[in-house]
Structures are given as structure tokens and as C-alpha cells.
Design a protein around this ligand. Structure first.
Ligand code: SAH
Length: 361
């Protein structure tokens, strides 16, 4: 596989350009072109010869949109293809104040959560920083026109959530490099406040993240109020206890001044009876945090059931009455293939069927 130019910061791009014997200002032209989502070969300010030299070493375009799915609510879901043919997915949610893009950090995932489709075939590989960034670059380029209406900037994507396939803290170095590059003023310049990172709770990495000077919205997938219940759906719970997670969150708050978030997916008969709501209140009351309740997106390979709407609102009411800040996440894009990893899993399955059909003939 060739190298990925979008992995580099502006300073690193300058160093590269000088090492290739080119003038320094070429770095700006190159970096700007890439930031606009162009392939190397599409940057018109650079000479053909120089572009040919670059594309010998670097991927011309590390992430391409293979397929787009449009939801009736405006949400768009993308199947991205990487240079080595691997597939990842992402979602774009359109709000009045701007667009939020959900990005993937790994091909597959090795965390093994029982409700999640990303993990069905395990981890294939980590994404590089540039492959994470390029997901945003290509979507920005696609929506340039919409961005014009958002104050004239060529930046459609204003908010980023690391909630696609993969566990960001299991791909720590690349994820942090991405975070530094995407928030850099020479690059997309997205404020850390507009970025949310969701983790299943890899405690030592949560502490490390607090030291990176990227004060983002740290979100932990809790999904249970005691370690035993949590371990039934989340294998990581055997390594790190809820107590340790709460301490790491508290540290993150002290260090960054940012309140933290919990995701709590409602799974019928598992974690959402009245007693669980009470336990959640007891666990989190008085802490500088917010709870996002999520409706389970039923994955057909898994035998877990979503909680009905009425019961979900009852659960939310219990949390609010207990004094927690909580919301029930609006379901978006359900008509285009739901939660993390479902799109890729469906696609891979269809490919498999196709291949089987092919051999039958
Ligand atoms: N690896 C990170 C990011 C995962 S995706 C993490 O574990 O936090 C973001 C959220 O969606 C997580 O809270 C995850 O637990 C949740 N999720 C995954 N599959 C889901 C499904 N089928 N239905 C509802 N939520 C799901």
C-alpha cells in the first residue's frame, strides 16, 4: 500500500516538499488542495510532473465514496472504499446550525459488543489519521454548495463524532493524530468542542487523552449500571470496572473543564427496568455529565430486542426526575440501514451472496 499524504500536518507537508527539492510555497498549494478534498491529481496549481512524482509514493485519493444512501429525513449514509479495497461507513446528519459527520476509526472492531454489527467479523485493520480525515474531506467536497449557505465557508461539516465503526481508543495514535490535524488552524479548523469521541471505556487511554490538549466531548458507552450486567454485552467490562471509568471521566473533567457523556442503549429485559433507572441515578447523580439514551438498532445476527417507545420515555422520565441531565436520542436514518457496521455487514453479505450465485452458475 502507498503512503497517505493526508496523514501529515501542515508542517510535515512543508518538510516533505523541501525534502523533494521543491519550493516551500508548493506545500501550501498541496495542503490547501487536499484540505478541499481533492485527489493529488486534481490539484491544478501543481505541475503534472510533480503530481506524478507524488502519486508514485502517495495514494492519489485514499478514501472514495462507493455508495450513498439517502434517508427521507435528509440523513446520508456513505459506504467508503479505501485504497486497499476495504470498506468503512459514515453518516452525515444535517442540522440547521451545520452538518455532523460520524466517522469510522477502524475497519471492523475487536471489542466484541454483543449488540454491535461492526464487530461481527472482528478487526481487519486500523485506519490511519489521514484515512479518518479523508472521510470528512470527501463529504465536504460533495457538499460544497450546501456550505455556501452556511456563511459562505467551504466547510459543510461543522461537527464530528467518532462513533462509526471501530474503537477510537484501540487505535489511539492514529486517532489523536487525526484529532490534532482536524482541529489545526491550517486545516479544517474544527473546534474540539464540536468533536465527540465515543469509547467503550479503555480506561488508561482515557487518562492519556486528557493530556492531549484536545478538549473534546468524551463519551463512554455505559449500557449498564453494574459490572456483571455490563459484561454480558460488553467484553471490555471484564478489563475495566464502571468505578474506574467514572474516575477517568472525573479526571477528564478536571483536566479539560468539559463535562462528559454516557451512552446507554436500551435493551429490553437487560438494562432498562425501573430498578436500572434508579441505579443509574444513584451512579451519576451530581456528576458533570449527560446521559444519551439510545434505542437499540436490532442487528439480525444478534438476539437482542429494542425497548418500546413508551417504556423508553418512562425510563427517560425516571432519570430526569432523579435529577440527571438526559435525552433520548432521536432516531435518524433508520430507513437506510441503522447502526454502526450494519451497512458494511449488509454489503459484505450481499457480495457473498453474489459470489455464491456466481459459483452456482
Ligand atoms: N467503539 C465506540 C464507538 C461505537 S459506536 C464505543 O464503543 O463507544 C457509538 C455507539 O453506538 C456506542 O455507544 C455503541 O455501543 C452504540 N451501538 C452500537 N451498535 C448499536 C446498536 N445496534 N444499537 C444501538 N446502539 C449501538
Amino acid at each position: 500500500m502507498k503512503k497517505i499524504l493526508q496523514d501529515l500536518s501542515f508542517t510535515e507537508t512543508e518538510e516533505l516538499i523541501l525534502s523533494l527539492g521543491e519550493k516551500k510555497f508548493r506545500a501550501k498549494q498541496l495542503f490547501e488542495g487536499l484540505t478541499q478534498g481533492k485527489a493529488i491529481s486534481e490539484i491544478t496549481s501543481l505541475s503534472k510532473d510533480f503530481k506524478a512524482r507524488l502519486t508514485e509514493i502517495y495514494e492519489d485519493k485514499p478514501v472514495r465514496i462507493k455508495k450513498t444512501f439517502f434517508s427521507s429525513d435528509g440523513t446520508e449514509k456513505y459506504l467508503f472504499e479505501l485504497a486497499d479495497g476495504n470498506l468503512i461507513e459514515g453518516v452525515l446528519m444535517k442540522y440547521k446550525y451545520g452538518f455532523t459527520q460520524c466517522v469510522s476509526t477502524q475497519v471492523g472492531c475487536r471489542m466484541g459488543c454483543k449488540f454491535c454489527a461492526s464487530t461481527l467479523n472482528g478487526l481487519v485493520r486500523n485506519l490511519t489519521a489521514g484515512e479518518i480525515l479523508s472521510q470528512i474531506l470527501v463529504v465536504n467536497a460533495l457538499h460544497k454548495k450546501d456550505a455556501a449557505g452556511l456563511g459562505g465557508e467551504a466547510r459543510a461539516v461543522t461537527n464530528v463524532v467518532l462513533m462509526g465503526s471501530g474503537e477510537p481508543l484501540d487505535n489511539y495514535e492514529n486517532t489523536v493524530k487525526f484529532l490534532k490535524n482536524v482541529t489545526a488552524s491550517e486545516g479544517l479548523n474544527i473546534s474540539a468542542r464540536n468533536i465527540s469521541l465515543s469509547t467503550c471505556g479503555i480506561v488508561p487511554k482515557m487518562y492519556e487523552l486528557a493530556e492531549e490538549n484536545v478538549p473534546l466531548n468524551l463519551t463512554v458507552s455505559l449500557h449498564a449500571t453494574d459490572d456483571g450486567t455490563r459484561a454480558r454485552t460488553m467484553p471490555i467490562a471484564k478489563a475495566y470496572k464502571i468505578d474506574e471509568i467514572l474516575k477517568a471521566c472525573e479526571y477528564y473533567f478536571e483536566k479539560t473543564g468539559r463535562r462528559y457523556y454516557f451512552e446507554y442503549t436500551l435493551i429490553e429485559g437487560e438494562n432498562c427496568d425501573d430498578e436500572h433507572a434508579e441505579a443509574l441515578v444513584k451512579l451519576l447523580k451530581g456528576k458533570p455529565c449527560h446521559v444519551n439514551l439510545i434505542r437499540l438498532n436490532e442487528v439480525k445476527e444478534r438476539n437482542l430486542k429494542a425497548l418500546g417507545d413508551k417504556a423508553a420515555y418512562r425510563f427517560l422520565g425516571k432519570l430526569e426526575k432523579g435529577g440527571l441531565s438526559a435525552t433520548l436520542r432521536r432516531q435518524i436514518g433508520v430507513d437506510i440501514g441503522g447502526a454502526c457496521g450494519q451497512l458494511r455487514a449488509n454489503y459484505l453479505e450481499k457480495e457473498k451472496d453474489y459470489v455464491m450465485e456466481f459459483y452456482k452458475k
